[in-house]
Design a protein around this ligand. Structure first.
Ligand code: ADP
Ligand code: MG
Length: 237
């Protein structure tokens, strides 16, 4: 579904990505992990159209999307949730989700879809509240709802658990597990408990390349992966 070939990103003399070949399968929850500076955010920015690669190719269900803008990529049926919420603070929760649905479905479908999502994400009690007045965890939930409102086949999430309470993280992982199958998810995350609870597959980035990829349990029990996180490098991995 999502595929990259020899993806290279160079910032001046720094290779943030040094030739990444990545494939993501449909219907899976696929997490990207790796220590700080590994290249996760750069990879996320390339596949979401925020930066163009120096070299290489990104394709989506067989279509070349290399160098397309985020807006063009969203129109292809991809939902993108950046790390900092992209919400209008003075809109209500209901309006925000309705707008997400309206963009994709028009007026007729938007009302029903937003009502369903308010229900599914248990946002009923705050439906009439302004987004800017909500706590962080609820704002994240509203943003997920507005991404889901467009019924994207693939959803790309940058650190959805960052800064959230345990209860909010638990809610988010239950939600992703419930939605898996209806949508595919690519998730960049640090929170290991969260990763463990949602991942089908994990790709570990290190020094701008893929260090290891595999099933969640295989990857998280790998000694080489543990060593990278402890800063022991890759020499004996
Ligand atoms: P991660 O998200 O895994 O922590 P990043 O993708 O942010 O890693 O960074 C990968 C490498 O690229 C790091 O060495 C970082 O310093 C560098 N880098 C990232 N963004 C920029 C930028 N805009 N300009 C220069 N160097 C950058
Ligand atoms: Mg990052």
């Amino acid at each position: 579904m999502l595929h990259t070939e020899n993806l290279v990103v160079r910032f001046g003399g720094v290779f943030a990505l040094g030739g990444v070949d990545f494939t993501m399968n449909e219907g899976e929850v696929h997490c990207l992990i790796g220590p700080n500076g590994a290249g996760k955010s750069t990879f996320f920015k390339v596949v979401t159209g925020q930066i163009a690669p120096t070299q290489g190719r990104v394709s989506l269900s067989g279509h070349d999307i290399t160098g397309q803008s985020s807006a063009q990529i969203v129109r292809r049926g991809i939902g993108i949730k950046m790390q900092t919420p992209q919400l209008y603070d003075d809109m209500t929760v209901e309006e925000t989700i309705w707008l997400g649905a309206y963009r994709r479905k028009g007026k007729a479908g938007a009302r029903q879809r937003s009502a369903e999502l308010i229900d599914e994400l248990r946002l009923g009690p705050v439906a009439r509240s302004e987004v800017g007045k909500l706590a962080h965890g609820l704002r994240q939930r509203v943003e997920i709802a507005s991404v889901l409102a467009g019924d994207p086949a693939l959803i790309l999430l940058d650190e959805p658990a960052a800064g959230m309470s345990d209860a909010d993280v638990a809610f988010m992982s239950e939600l992703i597990l419930r939605l898996r199958g209806r949508h595919s998810f690519l998730v960049v995350e640090h929170d290991m408990r969260f990763i463990r609870s949602i991942s089908d597959r994990i790709t570990v980035f290190h020094n701008g390349t893929i260090f290891l990829e595999g099933r969640c349990d295989e990857v998280l029990s790998d000694q080489g992966v543990k060593d990278i996180y402890l800063g022991k490098g890759t020499h004996h991995a």
